[in-house]
Design a protein around this ligand. Structure first.
Ligand SMILES: Cc1cc2nc3c(=O)[nH]c(=O)nc-3n(C[C@H](O)[C@H](O)[C@H](O)COP(=O)(O)OP(=O)(O)OC[C@H]3O[C@@H](n4cnc5c(N)ncnc54)[C@H](O)[C@@H]3O)c2cc1C
Length: 477
């Protein structure tokens, strides 16, 4: 029997796994997809919020500021790209100036440090591409940008290196009481555990209802984005928000840690797994964004994507025991990415209060290295190529990703099984051509490394085959 089973390996589940793996515990992480963090954690604004937005006294407020601090510590230790670039909330009218004051007061109550209110001149000095119509801004220097997917991977990978067992392709179907704990039936077998954490994102209400009466509902809500090429990446140097309204924090414009420009999201009710992009939504995003930054060149768009918010009908995170030793970490909407490590830290405390014995491991591994060839000095590049000539073979020319980095990804503790899995780890196909040129070569390397045929290589999720067979050898299968 496992000590703890975590259902869902998004940022919430991976943070819990990371914090729990510091102790001598038998941990299972149960994930329905074929890779980690492929729910909401892979499609969001990638901002580590400063913490002035949540209403004081809510769980969102409680975990945001602490999460901001912990995220930076964890990203440093686990070699995840995270940059503290600060954020601005723009006001375009006297009424919105009042909103800034309100946000500032909330920030003070929530413990956000070093905020300032800027006037129009200061905004244009610091951000020359921001609209002349912006009359004031709330500046929060502790806001940061991160690679959300790698952040989740890094914590899950570290948990696995410290002994946690990750069960991919294992959708939880039902849960029942077992002797001394819970029995979880998954698509790939059953798991028994003394304690269970429900971190299933937009499915947390469904999992909750397997062990307790209905007490909340997830109302999925989609947000759509533009991702622009690196030539637009310096359009702004802070995260640029508009004043929040009833739909949330509104459309933002921000650089990404990879040097692109992200623009979005809108907010529309959707299905749990509906990650389609819609023309009307993208039109809305474009129109809203140019109010803040009129000169954005949307012709440089390289990708659109959609993330789905797990909004609980309670209006806040839902954190608490659904049943005996069964902990819900549900409704983790924004600022969930920022709050995740603080939620996980508290989840460990809550399980301890319920009797989970925590003995710290003496040999806990708390470091991780990610070789990014493109960022090395010429001297270092020569050194790594001398050590392994595969680093001398550039496969993705847009992003200068080498075969060595792809092979590293394929040999990492949580091995990718798809083209997109390699893309998320190594960065291949992230550039202007979106994998059009390097895709076939990456496919070949995956087949070789995983000892499978070309036809068995997936684009992304289970069943997303790319090739069906040889056209000149009896036809496709
Ligand atoms: C448009 C948008 C923008 C956002 N921007 C920000 C931002 O800038 N900053 C910020 O702090 N937050 C932001 N958020 C919120 C943040 O992305 C989420 O709070 C966070 O990613 C939630 O992580 P999670 O692990 O709880 O859920 P998820 O990442 O969805 O993970 C849940 C996991 O559970 C798995 N699962 C589901 N059902 C089952 C089952 N039956 N069996 C096994 N596994 C299962 C899923 O496959 C998934 O991997 C944004 C969200 C959206 C949608």
């Amino acid at each position: 029997m496992y000590d703890v089973a975590i259902i869902g390996c998004g940022i919430t589940g991976s943070a819990c796994a990371y914090f729990l793996s510091k102790y001598s515990l038998k941990i299972a992480i149960i994930e329905k997809k074929n890779d980690v963090c492929c729910g909401t954690t892979r499609a969001n604004s990638a901002i580590i919020h400063a913490g002035y937005d949540p209403i004081p006294g809510t769980l969102c407020a409680k975990y945001n500021v602490r999460g901001n601090l912990l995220t930076k510590e964890i990203c440093k230790k686990l070699d995840v790209l995270c940059k503290e670039i600060g954020s601005l909330v723009l006001a375009f009218s006297d009424e919105e100036k009042e909103t800034l004051k309100e946000l500032y007061e909330r920030g003070i109550k929530n413990g956000v440090p070093d905020m300032e209110i800027w006037d129009g001149d200061r905004i244009r000095r610091e951000e020359p591409n921001v609209s002349e119509n912006a009359v004031a801004a709330l500046y929060a220097p502790t806001a940061a940008i991160v690679n959300p997917w790698e952040y989740g991977l890094a914590m899950a990978e570290t948990a696995v290196r410290n002994g946690a067992e990750l069960m991919l392709n294992s959708e939880v179907k039902s849960i029942s009481k077992a002797d001394g704990g819970w029995k979880i039936e998954t698509g790939s077998g059953s798991v028994e555990a003394k304690y269970v954490i429900n971190a299933a994102g937009v499915y947390t209400d469904i999992i909750h209802n397997m062990v307790a009466d209905k007490s909340f509902e997830i109302i999925p809500n989609a947000g759509e984005y533009y991702l622009l090429d690196k030539c637009e990446g310096e359009r702004v140097s802070h995260v640029i928000f508009q004043c929040p309204d009833k739909n949330g924090k509104g459309v933002l414009v921000a650089p990404t840690v990879h040097g692109n420009l992200i623009v979005g999201p809108n907010a529309v009710d959707s299905d749990r797994d509906d990650t389609a992009t819609r023309t009307a939504s993208l039109d809305f995003v474009r129109t809203s964004a140019v109010k803040s930054v009129p000169s954005i060149n949307f012709r440089e768009n390289i990708r659109n994507f959609t993330g789905v918010r797990a909004n609980a009908d309670t209006g806040d995170f839902v954190i608490g025991f659904a049943a005996e030793n069964f902990l819900d970490l549900a409704g983790i909407k924004s600022p969930g990415l920022s709050a995740a490590p603080a939620i996980a830290e508290d989840a460990v405390r809550m399980l301890k209060e319920k009797g989970l014995e925590l003995r710290e491991k003496e040999n806990f591994i708390d470091t991780r290295r990610h070789l990014r060839f493109n960022e090395l000095s010429d001297e270092k590049k020569n050194e790594v190529i001398a050590r392994n000539p595969l680093y001398g073979r550039v496969v993705c020319r847009c992003e200068t990703i080498t075969e060595g980095e792809i092979v590293d990804a394929l040999a990492s503790p949580i091995k990718p099984v798809s083209l997109d899995g390699v893309k998320r780890r190594a960065g291949t196909g992230m550039g202007r051509c979106q994998g059009g040129f390097c895709g076939p070569k990456v496919l070949e390397i995956i087949a070789r490394s995983n000892n499978i045929t070309f036809e068995d290589v997936l684009q992304d999720d289970t069943g997303s085959y790319i090739l069906t067979g040889e056209t000149k050898n009896g036809g496709a299968k």
